[in-house]
Write a protein that binds this ligand. Sequence first.
Ligand code: ARG
Length: 248
Amino acid sequence: MKKILAIALICLLTFTGAAFAETLKMGTNAVFPPYEYYDDESGEIVGIDAEVAAAICEKLGYDVEIVDMDFDALIPAVANGKIDMVLAGLTVTDERKQSVDFTISYATGVQVVIVKEDSDITSVDDLFAEGANHKIGVQQGTTGDLYCTGDIADAGLGSVEPFKSGTDAVLALTSGKVDCVVIDNEPAKNFVAANEGLKILETEYITEDYAIALAKGSELTEKINAALEELIADGTVQSIIDKYIVAE
Ligand code: ARG
């Protein structure tokens, strides 16, 4: 009798286990096309990060739930366990490494400068030039914010205006409230395409690596790294990127 009960219990656990895979909460900030944004038709969060997370979780047998939050809330949320991981076009930095663990990198980003077509800012160096005094729009808490604050505002070469989203920063640029916006290149291309009279400077500010952030010491990091390595090696990650970023 005991044996039958034990077998029944094992069957039940196996079944429920299969039907209700554990869910991983992916935190993101969905104002960052093509990495994460709301699809007009479905109203769902789509993009490179959603698909990379889905591919990883499929491999590891998890469901994914996407949680949209302010960008600067993401690192604290994963550090204190509110969410399991951050995929947000998130740049690996030494400072962030103090509070979270990062996986291997799955994409590259470049900080670029958006200006009005007739701007007198013609190269990144103009922002650091002696006597420079520009108002620079950024998304709050991003590396663009951190770099410009350190390199430009703290050096007395201008001021940094933080906005909730890149879109808001770009709106401030079109209405003349800031002189330029420093942001990641792929969202920058989207914002420039959506607004008249803007361009991206050819000179780049800095190149960076995007990776997934997890709580320090998380047991998931190793598993996710293994899955990510396979997905990079078999071309899945590149095909996701190619789906959203069409080479010009
Ligand atoms: N790569 C930049 C950073 O890590 C910007 C990321 C912004 N991502 C977003 N989903 N809004 O700071």
